[in-house]
Design a protein around this ligand. Structure first.
Ligand code: NAD
Ligand code: AKB
Length: 320
């Protein structure tokens, strides 16, 4: 029986991953933990704790006491926020990962770890279109540097100590349950909120800034598929490219206008434009497809429909 600890469970990914894991492994076997209390549904359905991943002593104690066998380590400072607090972000992102890697190395009961990387490992010297799995990774953001270094450590712990740690380079993730935590791709969520709330949106990226994106349902499905994949099938022990779909602010705006013809957009690029410009526009994820069967169901139209209806419902509105 698996006993799973999700760290960073109150964030954009964790708040949707925990309920899915609980469906598979049972409510009582999936522990949600974060600096913040989780949402009511997560709190009411199973065990949770306020836990700082940097508090090594408490973390070790928690893992042993609750007989944890798998950890999903989601806590991090994302790209936009990390540029505002570079050293703090580096410390949080790296120290937390090293804590988890050491736990997995020292506690034999832990059989598997999930840690997400990001398209942020790529940089301005990476081929921008259909970016391959193995290519130049020279990120120029604090967040990207931490993810790139993280990937190297993950592979090192796999090779030297046999730690089974699995990872995805997520693209920008789009969801309405929990708002995103300070990234560059956040515009693609904000735009839906503003369309519903105010009918206008000032975008912090230019209209033709293409980035790879994925709807959260597909991201959660991919994460669980990778974690359940046969170990022998995995050829990548750093992090798998996952591409999802690629679109620009203008394209998503036009899709929203189909539902809300009066919706208007303006563009006022800020410091996040340089980050977006350094990231790929599209990703080649054929290795993930071949190794563990990655599939994406949500294209731009389906994603727009589900996002608009989901956000509208939150504000007591309906979208046809
Ligand atoms: P998020 O910011 O929404 O959530 C992160 C959570 O970690 C927050 O709830 C925060 O309170 C918690 N946290 C921060 N410091 C902590 C600490 N010291 N101890 C315990 N918890 C702490 O982030 P997210 O979007 O859910 O992303 C999760 C992971 O996925 C991150 O590693 C991120 O880099 C990666 N990722 C996310 C995206 C995306 O688009 N959401 C894309 C690529 C990679
Ligand atoms: C961010 O924009 O920082 C994240 C990511 C792609 O890693 N959404």
């Amino acid at each position: 029986m698996e006993r799973i600890l999700v760290i960073g469970a109150s964030g954009q990914i964790g708040s949707e991953l925990v309920p899915e894991l609980r469906k598979i492994y049972g409510n009582d076997n999936v522990f949600a933990s974060d600096l913040k209390e989780p949402a009511e549904d997560v709190k009411n359905a199973g065990p949770w704790a306020v836990l700082d991943v940097l508090d090594t002593k408490r973390l070790v104690h928690f893992v042993i006491r609750h007989k944890i066998t798998q950890i999903y380590h989601l806590a991090a400072v994302l790209s936009g926020n990390a540029e505002k607090i570079p050293l703090q972000a580096w410390n949080i992102n790296m120290e937390s990962l090293m804590n988890i890697l050491d736990l997995a190395k020292e506690i034999p009961e832990i059989n598997k770890i999930f840690w997400p990387s990001s398209i942020a490992v790529f940089g301005p010297t990476t081929p921008r279109h259909n970016t391959p799995q193995l290519t130049v990774t020279e990120p120029n953001t604090v967040y990207g540097i931490s993810k790139m270094a993280g990937e190297r450590w993950v592979e090192y712990y796999h090779q030297k100590y046999g730690v089974d740690i699995r990872s995805i380079r997520y693209p920008g993730l789009i969801s309405y349950k929990t708002e995103p935590g300070g990234g560059t791709t956040d515009y693609a969520v904000e735009i839906f909120y503003e369309a519903i709330k105010t009918g206008k949106y000032e975008c912090f990226l230019t209209e033709n800034s293409y980035l790879p994106m994925q709807f959260m349902t597909d991201a959660i499905k991919a994460t669980i598929s990778l974690m359940e994949a046969d170990k022998d099938k995995l050829s990548i022990h750093s992090s798998y490219n996952v591409g999802g779909i690629s679109f620009s602010p203008k394209e998503i705006y036009e899709e929203i206008k189909v539902y809300l013809p009066d919706f208007s957009i303006s563009y006022k690029p800020d410091f996040r434009q340089a980050i977006a410009d350094s990231w790929p526009a599209s990703i080649d994820d054929s290795v993930a497809r071949n190794d563990w069967g990655l599939q994406n169901e949500y294209e731009i139209k389906k994603l727009t429909d589900v996002m608009l209806k989901g956000v509208a419902e939150k504000f007591g509105k309906t979208i046809k």
